[in-house]
Design a protein around this ligand. Structure first.
Ligand code: ARG
Length: 469
C-alpha cells in the first residue's frame, strides 16, 4: 500500500514504479534521513503535536532502525520508492500506527533538501581534511627542494629556471583556493530547510530555531519555496569539485610527462605504477592517467545538474531527483583520487641532477633572459639586449656550443658591453637566487613563502570550516 494510497484507485504500474524509484542510490542517505526524522519528532513533541510518550517511542524506534541499517539488517523496497518512504515504512512495521504520525507537518521535499545538506556538510569536512593532507605533503616536498633548480616552462618550452619547491608551492596555492571554495560552499550549505514543508511550510507552529540547533545548522532558510527548490549548493559543490579535479589533472599530466624517458625528472614508485602485459621494459603512470581521466566525469556531473535545473519552475520538481547520482559519484571520485594521489606524490623519486641540467638547458639557453638582463645592467635598453642575446642564441645553436664555452672575445663580437663577469651570470643556482621578488623562486623568498604557507595551513587544519585566506 502506498503512503499516498487514499486518493488512488489503481496501483502504480510496475514499470513506472521501477522508473521512479531512487532507493538504489539514495539509500546512502539513511543516516541523515533518520537523524532528520529524530529531530522532527522532537520538534513535533515540543510543539505539542505529539505527546512526550509518543516522542520517546518514535525516537527509540528510529534509533533501533538506525542500528539495523548500520548492521545491514534492513531490506529496502523499490515499491517504497526512496529512502524517505523506506524509513517510514520500516518504522511502521515496528511501531504500527504511531509511525503514521512521523510525517506530520513535513514533506519529502524539505526532507530530501535536509538530507542532502547534512550529507554534503559531512563530505565537505572529509574532503577538506584530505586536501589539508595534500597541502601538508606539498609543503614537506617543497621543504626538501628549495635549492633544486629546474626549468620553468611556457608553451611547454623551457623558459627560465625555477625551483621544484616553487613548483610545488604553485600547486599549494591552487589547492588553497579549492579549500577556500569548499569553505564558502559550506557556509551557504549550512542553512536548515526543515520546516519548509512541501512548499509553503506546515500549518503547525514548529520551532525551526530549535530544529536548527538540534541538527547543527547555522541558520534557517528564509523562504519556504526557495528552501525546497534550491539546489545551488549542489552546483556550487560540483563546480568546486571540478576545479579540484582540473588541478589534479594538471598535476597528473606533469607527473606523466616528468616520468617519461624524454623528461626523466622523476620516477614514480613501483607501488603506484603498472607494467605492460606485452612490453617487459614498461612502467606506466596509470594512476596519474586515471585521475586525469576521471576529471571528465566530474565536469559531466556539473553540466548534468546545471542542465537539469535549467528552467525548472518553483518549487520542487521530480527532475531534482537527478541531482543525487552525479553528486554521489563526484564525492566518491574526489575521495578516490585524493586517497591515491597523495601517497603517489609522496613516494616519487626526484632526479635533481637531471632537473638542474635541464634548467641550464641546451647550450645554456635556459639562461638567455639572465644574459639579456645582464646587458641591461651594463646600460643597454632591454629590447636591444634581447636582440643581442637572440643573435647569440642563434650562434650557439649553429656552432653547437654552450654560452659558457664562448670566449669573451666572441661575446664582444655581439656587444662591446660584455665583460669578464659575464660567466658569473651563466650559473643556474645564481640565476635562481636572482629571482628574489616577493612570490618568486629565489631560495630565500621560498623559505619565507614556506613559513607563511605552514602558518596558513595550521589555521585551516585546526578548524576546517574556517576559510583559508
Ligand atoms: N526521491 C525524491 C528526490 O530525490 C524525494 C522527494 C520527492 N518528493 C516528491 N514529491 N516526489 O528528489
Amino acid at each position: 500500500m502506498k503512503l499516498w494510497g487514499g486518493r488512488f484507485r489503481e496501483a502504480t504500474d510496475g514499470r513506472a514504479e521501477k522508473f521512479l524509484a531512487s532507493i538504489a542510490f539514495d539509500r546512502r542517505l539513511y543516516r541523515q534521513d533518520i537523524r532528520g526524522s529524530i529531530a522532527h519528532v522532537r520538534l513535533l513533541a515540543r510543539s505539542g503535536v505529539i505527546s512526550a510518550a509518543e516522542e520517546e517511542r518514535l525516537v527509540q524506534g528510529l534509533e533501533e532502525l538506525l542500528r539495523d541499517f548500520e548492521q545491514g539488517k534492513v531490506t529496502l523496497s523499490e515499491a517504497a520508492e526512496d529512502i524517505h518512504l523506506n524509513v517510514e515504512t520500516l518504522l511502521a512495521a515496528r511501531l504500527g500506527d504511531l509511525a503514521q504520525k512521523l510525517h506530520t507537518g513535513r514533506s519529502r521535499n524539505d526532507q530530501v533538501a535536509l538530507d542532502l545538506r547534512l550529507y554534503l556538510k559531512e563530505e565537505i569536512r572529509a574532503l577538506q581534511g584530505m586536501l589539508c593532507k595534500l597541502e601538508a605533503t606539498l609543503l614537506e616536498l617543497a621543504e626538501k627542494h628549495i635549492e633544486t633548480v629546474m626549468p620553468g616552462y611556457t608553451h611547454l618550452q623551457r623558459a627560465q629556471p625555477v625551483s621544484l619547491a616553487h613548483h610545488f608551492l604553485a600547486y599549494f596555492e591552487m589547492f588553497a583556493r579549492d579549500l577556500g571554495r569548499l569553505a564558502d560552499c559550506y557556509r551557504r550549505l549550512d542553512v536548515l530547510p526543515l520546516g519548509a514543508g512541501a512548499l509553503a511550510g506546515p500549518t503547525f507552529a514548529l520551532d525551526r530555531v530549535y530544529a536548527a540547533a538540534q541538527l547543527g545548522f547555522a541558520s534557517l532558510s528564509e523562504n519556504s519555496l526557495d528552501a525546497v527548490s534550491d539546489r545551488d549548493f549542489v552546483v556550487e559543490f560540483l563546480a568546486a569539485a571540478s576545479l579540484i579535479m582540473m588541478h589534479l589533472s594538471r598535476f597528473c599530466e606533469e607527473l606523466v610527462l616528468w616520468s617519461s624517458e624524454e623528461f626523466a625528472f622523476i620516477e614514480l614508485a613501483d607501488a603506484f605504477t603498472t607494467g605492460s602485459s606485452m612490453m617487459p621494459q614498461k612502467k606506466n603512470p596509470d594512476v596519474a592517467e586515471l585521475i586525469r581521466g576521471k576529471t571528465g566525469r566530474v565536469y559531466g556531473a556539473l553540466i548534468a545538474v546545471l542542465t537539469m535545473l535549467k528552467g525548472l519552475p518553483l518549487a520542487y520538481n521530480k527532475d531534482m531527483q537527478e541531482d543525487k547520482e552525479p553528486l554521489f559519484d563526484t564525492v566518491d571520485t574526489l575521495k578516490a583520487c585524493l586517497e591515491v594521489f597523495v601517497p603517489m606524490l609522496a613516494s616519487m623519486r626526484v632526479d635533481c641532477r637531471r632537473l638542474a641540467e635541464s634548467a641550464a638547458g641546451r647550450f645554456d639557453l635556459g639562461l638567455a633572459t639572465d644574459l639579456a638582463d645582464y646587458l641591461v645592467g651594463k646600460g643597454l635598453a632591454f629590447r636591444t639586449a634581447h636582440e643581442v642575446v637572440g643573435r647569440l642564441a642563434a650562434f650557439c645553436l649553429e656552432q653547437q656550443r654552450a654560452l659558457r664555452e664562448l670566449s669573451l672575445e666572441e661575446f664582444r663580437r655581439f656587444s662591446p658591453a660584455f665583460a669578464e663577469d659575464v660567466y658569473q651570470v651563466l650559473d643556474v643556482q645564481a640565476a635562481l637566487a636572482r629571482r628574489a621578488a616577493y612570490g618568486a623562486p629565489a631560495p630565500a623568498r621560498v623559505r619565507e613563502a614556506l613559513a607563511r604557507a605552514r602558518a596558513r595551513l595550521g589555521t585551516w587544519e585546526d578548524g576546517v570550516s574556517r576559510e583559508p585566506g
